[in-house]
Design a protein. Structure first.
Length: 245
């Protein structure tokens, strides 16, 4: 086997866990309601619970539907909020829609957690002189995601970060992998991809010539006929697998 020089990681349910709570959403949409009240003066804005249902719920449904349809083009987060607000009779300027998207994002940020072993694993891979990067399918605002990555302490390990909301396409589209590889200055035959999704992560990365490790720490997908180069139960196993290659 050729020498491994770089490792690319999926983000959610690979490096971090997340589960956005109802309390976090209500806190965020309490702020959104105040913004609406300041913008639209001829009527009272919907109550917080209705905003959570009609706005956050609608945006989540649109994103979820696009994944079920296996769409590879990433959605525009601000446009999604525009559509959701239009459905309840609000035509808001783009700068206010973007602010709402940022407020909504903060409720997601509160749900993110990076286990200690994630940091220990990244540290060990750095000690092995490997270049590291991140490739994530996510419709959220990329500048807010970068803030999350840095706040969690993960950003200091990363030589490149590629979010589908920034690149424009989702895994398993080869273009997002090629974009990240260019950011690393790495050849795919010398790069490993680590992720929890069989199709998006394993099949997609193998399609551009990378070796793959399927992780089951936060989510367990049956690989079926797909053959990852390795399967691990914990992220902490990744350095030993790479060292064995």
């Amino acid at each position: 086997m050729t020498k491994i020089e770089a490792v690319l990681f999926d983000f959610g349910h690979t490096l971090v866990d997340f589960a956005r709570t109802e309390d976090a959403l209500r806190d965020a949409y309490s702020i959104v309601r105040d913004r609406l009240a300041g913008w639209v003066t001829d009527r009272a804005p919907p109550e917080v619970d209705e905003l959570v249902l009609r706005i956050a719920g609608a945006v989540d449904d649109m994103v979820g539907r696009s994944y079920m349809e296996r769409r590879l083009e990433e959605l525009d987060q601000v446009a999604l909020f525009d559509e959701a607000f239009s459905a309840i009779g609000y035509r808001l300027p783009r700068d206010l829609l973007r602010e709402v998207a940022e407020i909504d994002h903060d409720s997601f940020s509160r749900s993110l957690s990076a286990p200690r072993e994630t940091m220990a694993t990244l540290e060990r891979l750095r000690e092995m002189s490997l270049r590291l990067g991140l490739v994530s399918n996510v419709s959220l605002l990329p500048h807010k995601l970068r803030e999350d990555v840095d706040a969690l302490g993960i950003g200091r390990f990363m030589d490149t970060v590629a979010f589908s909301s920034e690149v424009g396409v989702r895994k398993p589209d080869p273009r997002i992998f090629v974009h990240a590889l260019r950011g690393l200055g790495a050849d795919p035959v010398h790069t490993v991809f680590v992720g929890d999704r069989v199709n998006d992560d394993v099949v997609g990365a193998q399609g551009v010539g990378m070796r793959t490790i399927l992780t089951r720490q936060f989510r367990q997908e049956d690989p079926g006929d797909v053959r990852p180069d390795a399967i691990v139960d914990r992220l902490a196993e990744v350095p030993d697998v790479i060292a064995s290659w």
